[in-house]
Design a protein around this ligand. Structure first.
Ligand code: GLN
Length: 549
């Protein structure tokens, strides 16, 4: 049987519960324990797949095709082990299960209620991953902030689990904020006291309090928090703002979060933490030798969470290359044929981002054209790959009206079209091509050089697809389909022969990049951008300008 750690949050949202949970998991893992993390989200959507990125940031997809919260991305990037549908549960999913059971008559005439039926289902799912011996510890992050109406059943489920399990098998970590009042020049503990009181009123008492703060906490202040919030003196942990999220595990190690956790869970005989790889990554990250600028062409750039995994993948790949990757966000809606050269003149590579719908697609197409014509490293992901195909059809083959039927159903050249199996689908939730699929890579291609393998597996999230009716035309015109799904022949990778680095992928490589395994596509793209940046230095400004025009 596993032991369970619950992570709740108070005072305000965006304190970084996911990062604290992932950091604690990393430390426990580094001491030889088998750990997984799951997230329980209090909203009513069955999963975040139907949410606009502006609402909820990126939708993270697991190998088994679950559309999940972006915190699962952090869990995978930190722990270097895959998560699954079981690792992300929403109120919607809980209710859906209970209501389906009720319709099947499983409650035998009983009145179905929040307590015990909803809370029983929450508990069942909270304990699930710990029951088959795969893990020593299951960490559960409870989304939202204590005091929210929506999170009440989750907190109640934690209360019941705390009551049911032996004391040493269950632990609650509460993350709060210690604000600094500039006028008073003081750190304030009152919001933390209130937040712990609120949690206690809901029946759950925290064992450890982690305090987010912009200034160091004195021992005296920590003692005050411990006394007023009724936790052991060593159980108040300072979480100072860090320069990168990847420093947080080391800060938590310094603060002893793992030791106090192990002590309270009565786990003895643990190993010293082995963080060699992690520290190696950080030291490379903190000592870049070069710097490049990558244009991120997207339509959700106002909200950085919308491209979370892409941004993190660049951090991993940058460290691997000992290169600082500066991301320049470029709003695709405002890119035109006329201004593209000016906008991109300082960049060393372009990443055209995933997306849905027609807003900003013409700007993405102009961006691809610029990268193709100027030998600038290009990396297209999902919609970005589709835009590369459309650009090639329009400007190289000469099919001016070529498009994706997602944006124009009447195009005479539907080079990107809906997959047959998608045509009958009406429901939006969970119905895309989702999760891991195999891809066979052509030997000798750029993709082959990058992956060093002819068979890979990557995660997908899309409905539209390269239209194989035009495959021959594209091949004759020089666009190489260098990766295909072996069962269905769907084109997964396209690249160009006479270009230093031009690659579009239908899948989402950013979902598989981790600290310990940076994704080879990102690593090679950053490397290509480095070469481009070096090449640029030797070029006279007028030449670059002319080339751009
Ligand atoms: N909108 C495109 C499709 O559904 C691309 C999706 C994406 O970029 N994730 O096929």
């Amino acid at each position: 049987m596993a032991k369970y750690i619950f992570v709740t949050g108070g005072v305000t949202s965006s304190l970084g519960k996911g990062i604290i949970a992932a950091s604690l998991a990393k430390l426990l893992q580094s001491r030889g324990l088998k750990v997984t993390i799951q997230k329980f989200d209090p909203y009513i959507n069955v999963d975040p797949g139907t949410l606009n990125p502006y609402e909820h940031g990126e939708c993270y997809v697991t190998d088994d095709g679950a559309e999940t919260d972006l915190d699962l991305g952090h869990y995978e990037r930190f722990l270097n082990i895959p998560t699954s549908q079981a690792n992300n549960v929403t109120t919607g999913r809980i209710y859906q299960t209970v209501i389906n059971k009720e319709r099947e008559g499983e409650y035998l005439g009983k009145t179905v209620q929040v307590v015990p039926h909803i809370t029983d289902e929450i508990k069942r799912r909270m304990l699930l991953l710990g029951q088959n011996g795969d893990y020593d510890i299951v960490i559960t992050e409870i989304g939202g902030t204590v005091g929210d109406i929506e999170s009440l059943p989750f907190v109640e489920a934690v209360r019941q689990i705390q009551w049911e399990l032996p004391e040493e098998d269950c632990l609650v970590v509460h993350l709060t904020l210690i604000p600094y009042l500039k006028a008073a020049q003081e750190l304030k503990t009152k919001p933390t006291q209130h937040s712990v009181r609120m949690l206690s009123q809901e029946g759950v008492h925290p064992d450890i309090i982690v305090c987010r703060t912009e200034h160091p906490l004195t021992d005296e202040l920590k003692r005050k928090v411990a006394l007023f919030c009724n936790v052991k003196p060593g159980a108040v942990i300072e979480a100072m703002d860090a320069s990168t999220i990847y420093e947080v595990p080391l800060k938590m190690l310094q603060e002893g979060l793992d030791i106090i956790t192990l002590k309270q869970l009565h786990i003895n005989g643990y190993a010293a933490p082995d963080l060699t790889k992690w520290r190696g990554f950080l030291s490379k990250l903190n000592s870049p030798k070069t710097k490049i600028k990558i244009g991120l062409i997207g339509k959700y750039i106002e909200l950085q969470d919308a491209y979370k995994s892409i941004l993190e993948s660049f951090i991993h790949a940058g460290a691997m290359n000992q290169c600082k990757v500066q991301i320049v966000n470029v709003h695709s809606e405002f890119i035109t044929e006329e201004n593209v050269a000016e906008k991109f003149k300082d960049l060393d590579g372009l990443l055209v981002a995933p997306g849905f719908g027609s807003r900003g697609v013409e700007g993405k197409i102009s961006s691809v054209k610029y990268a193709r014509e100027n030998n600038m490293p290009f990396f297209g992901i999902c919609l970005g790959m589709q835009m590369a195909v459309i650009e090639y059809a329009r400007n190289v083959i000469g099919w001016k009206d070529a498009h994706s039927t997602e944006m124009n159903t009447a195009t005479p050249y539907p080079v990107i079209a809906l997959m047959d199996e998608q045509k009958k689908i009406r429901k939006k939730g969970g119905t895309m091509r989702l999760g891991a699929y195999a891809c066979e890579i052509v030997e000798g291609s750029l993709a082959h050089k990058i992956y060093g393998s002819t068979m890979i597996s990557e995660r997908h999230r899309h409905r539209w697809e390269f239209n194989n009716a035009y495959l021959g035309d594209f091949e004759n015109a020089g666009l190489i389909p260098s990766g295909k799904n072996p069962e269905k022949g769907l084109v997964e990778i396209v690249e160009l022969k006479n270009h230093p680095f031009f690659i579009g992928v239908q899948y989402h490589p950013e979902l598989k990049s981790t600290v310990e395994n940076p994704h080879p596509l990102f690593v090679n793209f950053v490397n290509a951008a480095k070469s481009y940046a070096e090449w640029k230095v030797g070029q006279p400004a007028e030449k670059l300008q002319k080339q751009a025009i």
